[in-house]
Design a protein around this ligand. Structure first.
Ligand code: 5AD
Ligand code: SF4
Length: 441
């Protein structure tokens, strides 16, 4: 279809939103929209939003406020809110910011093209339903489009765990896995368009339990083994996981599956058993530590990444110190850490809150420790040979940037290599946020 309209999408939050934005852009592309990076020339602006912490949710409203003038000068401009704020706040968004024309929750993206066409003459469109059907199978896909060498592929959505701080079970709904055949078809399609690395996404991806090729329920490990057979696909990753769903077959796959990369994002949130219990995490610090040991037994060089929340209600200095000792025990190659943020409707929102000052101090202490561990692990890469998949051009002439199997960013300056190539690289130097090296055969 001829592209006559311009679409500007801004994505907030997690990688699932990045994937969803790509799929929305593709679907709207089939409907005559072409993506632009300039909101001033857009016919439609879509904000794909995140509700996980208060700050993320508030950003949406300040961003929407900025479009007031644009909309006043261009009354036909359509402004849409997608993602988790759309799901959680629905019609409230229009009440707070009447310039919004359409609201579409993460389970309704298959309707986005219709909603966009109906959002004319001030007719507001709201779709935050949770349909049964796999929305991705209904979203039109770009045909043989050229992509970068690394892509996301959502295989599972939603969560049944109900951690006491988290809005995900409410915004993304119950756990739902896509059938294996659809995932494999999509992976093949991605590989045909130039992809060499696929990151399987899910809010709780290791709880994957999709219908397998034999009609039975398959685990994430089984899905990974099936993907391993896809010719041309070089690397498989998955994120994000819950410790309780690290099943023996998935642990085993880290030792035996050649395409599965030695990097595991396994959030623990806290190292205090009291807090873990109050978080409703249904694991404790010891079970997490022993799980990591098991994984390291089968894959000693695996890089471990995690998520932490500091200042969860009723967290004492002692509880926080337990988190610090757990971190010292594990040695993280990467971690994401957050101050607890009260989310309306979640159980922890009602409890005794920790002061902002204490949260800030704890966050700094935790992040200092993580930074040291990260640097230490990165520095140990010097002198080693890693495999780098080159993803984009760097800032300097003939410089390319890619990712090692451990997900470290690696820069190489070499005129003979190109984006999309996978090369063995000798690491020469460790920089603040990356490594540098040279191709070595
Ligand atoms: N406050 C702070 N951090 C949170 N996360 C989820 N909910 C909250 C909250 N209410 C963090 C968790 C999760 C990551 C995606 O976001 O660490 O693993
Ligand atoms: Fe939220 Fe993850 Fe807990 Fe599910 S497992 S409720 S997504 S933090």
């Amino acid at each position: 279809m001829e592209k006559t309209k311009k679409l500007f999408i801004k994505t907030y939050g997690c990688q699932m939103n990045v994937y969803d934005s790509e799929r929305m852009s593709e679907a709207l592309g089939e409907d005559g929209y072409e993506e632009t990076l300039n909101p001033n020339e857009a016919d439609m602006i879509l904000l794909n939003t995140c509700h996980i912490r208060e700050k993320a949710a508030e950003k949406v409203y300040s961003e929407l406020g900025r479009f007031k003038e644009l909309k006043a000068n261009k009354p036909d401009l359509k402004i849409g809110v997608a993602g988790c704020v759309a799901q959680a706040e629905g019609e409230e968004i229009i009440k707070r910011q009447p310039l919004v024309d359409l609201i579409v929750g993460p389970q309704s993206y298959q309707n986005i093209a219709d909603l966009a066409s109906n959002a004319v003459d001030g007719r507001k469109q709201i779709d935050i339903a949770f349909p049964e059907e796999d929305k991705f199978s209904l979203l039109k896909q770009k045909r043989a489009g050229q992509r970068g060498p690394s892509a996301f592929l959502t295989v599972q959505e939603g969560c049944d765990k109900f951690c006491a701080f988290c809005v995900v079970p409410y915004t993304r709904g119950a756990e739902n896995s896509r059938p294996v055949s659809r995932v494999i078809d999509e992976a093949k399609h991605l590989v045909e368009s130039g992809v060499k690395e696929i990151t399987l996404l899910g809010q709780n991806v290791n709880a994957y339990h999709g219908t397998g090729l034999d009609g039975k329920e398959w685990s994430l490990a089984k899905l990974i083994w099936e993907l391993e057979k896809v010719d041309g696909l070089a690397r498989i990753r998955f994120t994000t996981s819950h410790p309780n769903d690290m099943t023996p077959d998935l642990i085993e796959a880290h030792g035996t599956c050649k395409k599965l990369m030695p990097y595991l994002h396994l959030p623990v949130q806290s190292g205090s058993n009291k807090i873990l219990k109050r978080m409703n995490r249904s694991h404790n610090a010891e079970s997490y530590l022993s799980l990591i040991s098991k994984i390291r037994e089968v894959r000693p060089d695996i890089l471990i990444s995690g998520d932490f929340i500091v200042g969860f209600p009723e967290e004492t200095d002692k509880d926080f110190e337990d988190t610090i000792s757990l971190i010292k025990n594990i040695e993280y190659g990467q971690a994401f850490s957050f101050k607890y943020s009260t989310r309306p409707g979640t159980p922890a929102a009602e409890r005794d809150q920790v002061s902002e000052e204490v949260k800030t101090a704890r966050l700094h202490k935790l992040q200092d420790l993580i930074k040291k561990q990260q640097k230490n692990i990165q520095d140990k890469m010097i002198g080693r040979k890693v495999h780098v998949l080159f993803e984009r051009k760097g800032r300097f002439d003939n410089q390319l940037v890619g990712k090692s199997e451990y997900l470290h960013a690696v820069n190489v300056t070499d005129p003979t290599i190109s984006v999309g190539e996978l090369k063995q690289v000798h690491i020469d130097k460790s920089n603040p946020n990356s490594l540098s090296g040279s191709v070595s055969n």
